[in-house]
Structure formats: C-alpha cells, structure tokens
Ligand binder design. Structure first.
Ligand code: GDP
Length: 216
C-alpha cells in the first residue's frame, strides 16, 4: 500500500510510464471509442477528486490530462496510448452537485455502454478523495462495475490532506466496504499526486496488466 522495495513490476512500471504517451481521442459517443486490442485501464472518480493530477503524476507529464476548473463540464472519455502497451481511459468526472439531471443521465448511459462493450478493459481505478471517503455516487459507479464484471481497484487520492490516524480509519472503512463488492480488488492504493506517494505502486499495479517489455 505504500512504496515498496524495488520489484520487477515496480521497475517495469517506472519504465513503462516514462515511455511516450499520446492523446488518442476525446470520445463523446460510442462510435468514437478507439478500436484495437490494447489492454485498457479506466480512471473514474467524482469531479475534483484529483483524477487529472494523478494521470499526470503517473505519466510524469504536467498537462497530459487537463485539470478541470469547471467540475462536471467535460463529458468526454479521453484516451491516451502509453507506448502501444496500455490504453488509459480518463472517464468524465461525476457527482457534481450542480450538474443538470440530463447531464447525469447522459453520463450514466455513456459510461454504462462503455463498460458493457469493452472486452479489453482490464481494470478500472475508482478514485476516492481521502478527505471524503466513499460517497453514494461512487457506490453507484462501483455497482455498475460489479454488474458489468469490470475488475476495479480503489485508489485514494490527496492522502497528504489528512492525518495518518484518519487515513488508517479510512483504509479500514474502505476495505470493509470493498469486501461486499464482487468486482472490487482487495488492495487499496493510497496516493498523493502532490507528494508522489503511492504513484510507483499504482504504476506497478497497472504495468502488471500491460504487455510486457520485449513483447508487442
Ligand atoms: P479532477 O477534476 O478529478 O481531474 O481533479 P484535478 O486533478 O483537477 O484536481 C482537483 C484539485 O485538487 C486541484 O486543485 C488539484 O491541485 C488538487 N489536487 C489534486 N491532487 C492532489 C493531491 O494529491 N494533493 C493535494 N493536496 N491536492 C491535490
């Protein structure tokens, strides 16, 4: 859960996420989704959870994923190709209180269709703000992932914002809740994009799902 001793996955993760990563498309409808066989990882989370910051920290780029000043505005799935080994899908943020109902319905329909029709989607990272814990809108997404049988992993963001004791209680609570979700991976990754905590762990976890070095 914290940065661990160097392992093959850590090494490969560090290498992989330093390779070229390019924007592929901002998809607003199913027809726009990129085709291909590449292993895909999706990033989901409430608006303002720190999703863009985490994708930028993972890839070591300042502005690959654009940090959103207007929560809830972007309704597109942004795809990034990491060295032809891993497709990163940045899903539009959800849970913005002032989002109109039609936008919420559009989000749910688009993401539902995406999750159902993506055989190469190997893992979704569900980002949870350490200060807020799991919210009802996260639960709805987790249930969608359970229903569509997409394996997912809870990733706590902004861990620098809370005290270690509060973080440890949060981890216990999230662990307990994940146990009742069939598609949830039991390991929680604790991150801070500002401090860099957990970024190597997340790289290693995702690299373990990618096409290994030397094979393509
Ligand atoms: P998004 O809407 O989920 O893409 O969230 P952003 O990446 O745009 O981040 C939302 C806000 O949280 C911004 O002001 C970021 O600077 C801040 N933020 C993101 N990650 C962290 C973090 O790890 N620690 C702290 N302290 N702030 C963060």
């Amino acid at each position: 859960m914290t940065d661990t001793a160097p392992s093959a996955d850590n090494e490969f993760g560090r290498w992989l996420f330093s390779q070229s990563c390019s924007f592929v498309i901002g998809a607003v409808k199913l027809d726009d989704l990129p085709q291909g066989e590449m292993v895909e990882i999706a990033f989901a989370g409430r608006s303002n959870v720190g999703k863009s910051s985490l994708i930028n920290a993972l890839t070591g780029r300042k502005s690959l994923a654009r940090t959103s000043n207007t929560p809830g505005r972007t309704q597109q799935l942004n795809f990034f190709n990491l060295d032809d080994r891993l497709m990163l899908a940045d899903l539009p943020g959800y849970g913005y209180a002032r989002a109109p109902k039609t936008q919420v319905e559009e989000w749910t329909a688009l993401i539902g269709d995406y999750l159902k029709g993506r055989p190469n989607l190997r893992r979704a990272c569900v980002l949870i703000d350490s200060r807020h814990g799991i919210k009802d809108t996260d639960r709805e997404v987790m249930t969608m992932l359970d229903t569509t049988a997409v394996s997912y992993q809870a990733v706590l963001t902004k861990c620098d914002k809370i005290k270690p004791t509060a973080l440890s209680t949060l981890v216990d609570n999230v662990t307990a809740e994940l146990a009742s979700h069939v598609a949830a991976h039991p390991d929680i990754i604790i991150t801070s994009s500002v401090k860099g905590d957990g970024v190597a762990d997340l790289r290693a976890a995702l690299a373990a799902l990618a096409v290994p070095a030397g094979e393509q």
